[in-house]
Design a binder for this molecule. Structure first.
Ligand code: TA6
Length: 290
């Protein structure tokens, strides 16, 4: 674990040269770079790398609440807590700590005042060539059931948001955070962007493609046991209102999150919920004229 600017972090590498950086603060991936050292995740030019603020960028973990859909702070408590290395990821075999790491966040007495349920939140982060896999698990270590929402907020780096298409969410129902969570049905073609968007798509397929036409790169998000997907871009007005987001940053980011929001997950005592997301990139150099 390295300690840069006071925030301990883990660096993951794999033989073909890609890398990832994970902060113990928030259990947050803050960088994923290709073997050509290109950064694939968005980081705000004005991110605040200082607790209790969540770092704006990478892949914040939203637990036990998403957004302001509840009485806790925005996106819950996990992203503004210090996690630790998980020495007992059973039943998983221990991570090799080169290309994968296991993190854990256990509820504290302090947390119980904010959210009165004791839990263990584990996250395995694994790096493979062109692929970044996150496996979240939540165990109820209390003597009564509890329910929670969960999301992995994937801040993807894009060349120009107006040149990005999202495929895989066509014809699905969604609720629109900009319209008091009123429900709509998506039209039958890919989603493109020309203004603020803040939607929770419901019962989404396991595979969603984010095509960055200009960079000739496609992100593929595959997820299991997280039925919803959030699509968020603040656009110009909201970007100006967010202190830790550069005014122009909205042009080079898009959040497409794996989520369980509409139907919160219920865990009985000692039950464990497990889910998985895999982000992969395919850079289509085919016919690029090079
Ligand atoms: O996408 C859901 C949402 O709550 C948006 O409404 C917006 O507030 C976004 O998340 C950003 O949240 P954050 O706490 O990261 O600034």
């Amino acid at each position: 674990v390295q300690d840069a600017d006071g925030l301990p972090r883990v660096i993951l590498t794999e033989p073909t040269g890609s890398s990832a950086e994970v902060l113990l603060y928030g259990g947050q991936v803050v960088s994923w770079k290709t073997e050509r050292r290109e950064e694939l995740l968005f980081k705000s030019s004005k991110a605040i790398w200082k607790p209790p603020k969540a770092v704006r960028g990478g892949i914040p973990v939203c637990f036990p609440q998403f957004g302001n859909l509840g009485s806790l702070e925005q996106h819950g408590i996990a992203r503004s807590r210090m996690w630790s290395l998980d020495r007992d990821p059973s039943p998983f075999p221990p991570a090799n700590n080169q290309s994968s790491v296991d993190l854990i966040l256990k509820s504290t007495e302090e947390d119980l005042k904010t959210w009165p349920h004791s839990f263990e939140l584990r996250l395995r982060i694994s790096l493979n060539p062109g692929k970044l896999t996150l496996i979240p698990r939540v165990r109820n270590t209390d003597n009564k059931a509890f329910s929670f929402m969960f999301a992995l907020r994937n801040y993807l780096s894009v060349s120009d948001i107006s040149e990005v298409r999202v495929e895989g969410l066509e014809t699905l129902d969604y609720f629109d955070n900009l319209m008091h969570r009123e429900r709509f049905t998506e039209q039958a073609d890919a989603i493109t962007f020309d203004g603020e968007i803040d939607r929770v798509y419901l019962s989404t397929p396991t595979k969603i493609a984010i095509i960055d036409h200009e960079k000739k790169r496609t992100f593929v998000l595959r997820k299991d046991n997280m039925p919803d997907a959030v699509v968020w871009n603040p656009w110009d007005k909201k970007a100006k209102a967010l202190l830790d987001l550069g005014d122009e940053d909205y042009k080079s980011m898009l959040c497409v999150d794996s989520a369980a929001i509409e139907t919160p997950i219920v865990l009985k005592p000692f039950e464990e919920w497990k889910s998985c997301q895999e982000l992969s990139t395919v850079s289509s150099s085919y016919c690029s004229g090079q």
